[in-house]
Design a protein around this ligand. Structure first.
Ligand code: ASP
Length: 410
């Protein structure tokens, strides 16, 4: 049985058990706490390694000059746009509100002011940041470390390899821990519904609905109209047709890394992007551009804050914008990648990690759509850059549509 099915069953059984045994479900809570501790255990090293390696994948941006700068710039802008969409829709539809959950952990930290954030995110001691689990500081250190490794050339290679290996091992550890997640989710859900009743499940499905709507908005407004039609002067329809195989692959595997080869084939063969451009822009996007993940992380933070009745002020939203941007960049394109990095976002905002366990039950349902959006965002930017650089074969791009109209095989 697939893990996500088990987690979903854990969620349903937990909710049912909680409803049946009521307050006594508190005895099942340690199962959830153990699961959360296990997740906490991997966060600092996972962030340090995956974030640094993510940054080092931007090899020598000087050499890549204009294309490199433009690609990174557009990726950042679309990431920020998706986070803002996530925040806006989450607030518009009030996801998570009305739940009145209570964090069982020690007092939730008060969100700092804007000025305090700026000063406090620069670690004076990165080891202390790791020890204390200060996520923002770890992120900032990782960014500097990644840049310095790139500048160090050959001499930085061994450290890069160590960190890459560490990040692989951490992801492996993550999947081991996720094996325990159905039980952990069972414990948390039993406790939560035992204490709060059925009122919890409806907001979860509302969350999913609002999330899908935000993804659709990003797809239509940002990719189709702004990037392709507006800046690229291209009809968006052939784009979506040409990406069909990649869409199916992303939807079924939940992994944009696994979808890369198919996506590469689609942009080159169906959409007419040159090998030069696609070979650089697309893999970079797989590593750093995850719009679906960014929307999810932003929306989840608002969901958890509202569910626990923790107000988010302007400086909290600023922190959210920064950490969600960095987390989306640092997320690996593997199943569950975005979910694990969500813990970094919640921690940086002082939000209770129990919210994570609640969202785990529906994670696979959101991830299928997330991955499709992630891959389409990368491909749309790839097509746009190719068009602007004169490296798009438009006959091929529009041919996708002709093949479909003629009823031929694609
Ligand atoms: N699994 C997603 C991907 O590979 C990332 C995520 O979990 O958000 O694109």
């Amino acid at each position: 049985m697939k893990l996500w099915v088990k987690i979903f069953i854990g969620l349903l059984l937990g909710a049912l058990t909680g409803l049946l045994i009521g307050e006594k479900a508190v005895y099942l809570k340690p199962l959830g706490t153990i699961f959360l501790n296990l997740i906490n255990m991997i966060i600092p090293l996972l962030i340090l390694s995956s974030m640094t390696v993510g940054i080092t994948s931007i090899h020598d941006p000087q050499k890549l000059g204009r294309v490199g700068g433009k690609t990174i710039g557009i990726y950042l802008i679309t990431t920020i746009a998706s986070i803002l969409t996530g925040i806006a829709l989450a607030n518009l539809f009030q996801v998570g509100s009305g739940l009145y959950l209570q964090a069982s952990e020690t007092a939730v930290a008060k969100a700092p002011t804007f000025g305090e954030i700026i000063v406090s995110i620069i670690p004076s001691n990165p080891i202390a940041a790791l020890v204390n689990g200060n996520i923002l500081q770890i992120i900032v250190f990782s960014v500097f470390l990644g840049i310095a490794i790139n500048f160090s050339g050959e001499r930085g290679r061994p450290l890069h390899n160590v960190l890459e290996s560490l990040s692989d091992v951490m992801y492996r550890l993550t999947s081991l821990i996720m094996e325990f997640s159905p039980v952990g989710v069972f414990g948390i859900m039993a406790w939560v519904t035992g204490t709060f009743g059925l009122t919890l499940l409806i907001p979860l499905f509302k969350f999913l609905g609002v999330y899908y709507a935000a993804c659709l908005l990003q797809l239509v407004v940002v990719y189709a109209f702004i990037l392709l039609k507006g800046f690229g002067r291209l009809h968006p329809w052939p784009f979506f047709k040409g990406m069909g195989d990649a869409i199916m692959m992303a939807f079924s595997t939940g992994s944009s890394a696994a979808t890369l080869p198919v996506a590469m084939h689609c942009v080159q063969e169906n959409l007419g992007v040159s090998k030069n451009i696609s070979g650089f822009v697309l893999p970079l996007g797989i590593t750093m551009n995850m719009n679906g993940t960014a929307i999810f992380q932003a929306m989840s933070a608002v969901f958890v804050a509202k569910a626990y009745g923790i107000p988010l002020d302007l400086s909290s939203y600023f922190t959210l914008l920064m950490t969600a941007t960095m987390s989306a960049i640092g997320t690996a394109g593997v199943p569950g990648g975005g979910f694990i990095m969500l813990s970094a976002v919640l921690t940086s905002l002082g939000l209770p990690l129990e919210g994570l366990a609640i969202l785990a039950g529906i994670d696979r349902l959101r991830e299928m759509v997330t991955t499709v959006l992630n891959i389409l965002g990368d491909a749309a930017v790839t097509v746009l850059i190719a068009k602007q650089e004169g490296e798009l074969d438009e006959r091929k791009y529009y041919h996708t549509e002709l093949v479909e109209f003629e009823g031929g095989a694609s």
